[in-house]
Design a protein around this ligand. Structure first.
Ligand code: ZN
Length: 290
């Protein structure tokens, strides 16, 4: 199997040059599909593509064995998928959903759900339906019932503006699922003077990250006027589910919601939030991040 996998990785750069960027992920998915039977078996069951395999494939810089041979989902994506199944109404209710920086495997499933009016968006991923900057989302206020934004904010220099934009496009009572990498520290670390890829890798754990959030990330979201509930993935799944689906359990999901009008009027700090939103939205910032 590894011979085939390594060969695929070797020829992929050549294919990438001759295939239009929009079809890169589809082409990779097709190639994966054609050879994934070599890993077929038992031991791992993917909740997203429903494939059954005896082994997982390596992924990322560290070559960790977390990738589903069938749909290329990672442990985190499978955890998000099952979290949505267990804790949200996304598979049942008629919702308008904005999926920022979409994960290929999740976007395929959500795009095909008949109950969703689904929009995927990214500044760089060619397969996303819309090309947008998260700090200037080109949709009207209160457009969406739900927003999904996983492992994105750590890349955004003006993350406060991104949070404010997500809140703005949510309907009152709507929800946002947000994840970020969190270091084992109380406070978030950022230093805008670190600009080189090597410097960011050393300081923030990845060459494209601009900060490393601490346990105060919840307060960052609350300061942007979200109601926030922090849920550890490990609390949502049984040990059997975590093992058979190869799920990440140590990360947290930040389940955010936009206050309803009643909640807004009952909260003392609502004035602060209203003022902040107005201030943020009136900023004429033409920089494009992400
Ligand atoms: Zn899969």
């Amino acid at each position: 199997m590894w011979t085939v996998y390594n060969w695929l990785n070797k020829v992929w750069p050549w294919f990438k040059r001759v295939i239009p960027p929009k079809y890169h992920e589809s082409a990779r998915a097709l190639a994966r599909h054609l050879v994934s039977f070599l890993s077929a078996g038992s031991g791992f069951e993917c909740p997203i593509c429903k494939g059954r395999f005896r082994e997982l494939w390596p992924w990322g810089r560290t070559n960790e064995l977390v990738q589903c041979p069938g749909c290329a989902s990672q442990d985190r994506e499978r955890a998000i998928y099952l979290f949505m199944k267990k804790r949200t109404n996304i598979f049942n209710d008629n919702l308008k959903v904005l999926h920022l920086a979409p994960e290929w495997s999740l976007s395929l499933v959500l795009k095909n759900l008949p109950n969703l009016d689904y929009v995927s968006a990214d500044l760089a991923k060619p397969f996303a339906m819309e090309k947008i900057d998260i700090t200037r989302i080109p949709h009207p206020d209160s457009s969406f019932h739900a927003v999904i934004c996983c492992h994105v904010l750590e890349h955004i220099p003006d993350d406060r503006k991104a949070m404010s934009e997500m809140l703005r496009v949510l309907r009152p009572g709507g929800w946002a699922l947000i994840t970020v990498p969190v270091r084992d520290a109380d406070t978030t670390y950022e230093d805008p003077t670190i600009t080189s890829r090597q410097g960011k890798l050393k300081a923030f754990g990845e060459g494209s990250h601009v900060r490393w959030y601490g346990r105060d990330f919840k307060e960052h979201l609350a300061a942007s006027c979200f109601l926030v509930d922090v849920v550890r993935f490990g609390e949502v799944f049984t040990e059997h589910e975590a093992r058979i689906h190869a799920l990440i359990t140590r990360d947290d999901m930040y389940v955010c919601s936009k206050k309803t009008e009643d909640q807004e009027s009952q909260q003392n700090e609502s004035t602060d939030c209203t003022n902040r939103k107005t201030e943020d939205l009136s900023t004429d910032d033409t920089d494009s991040h992400r």
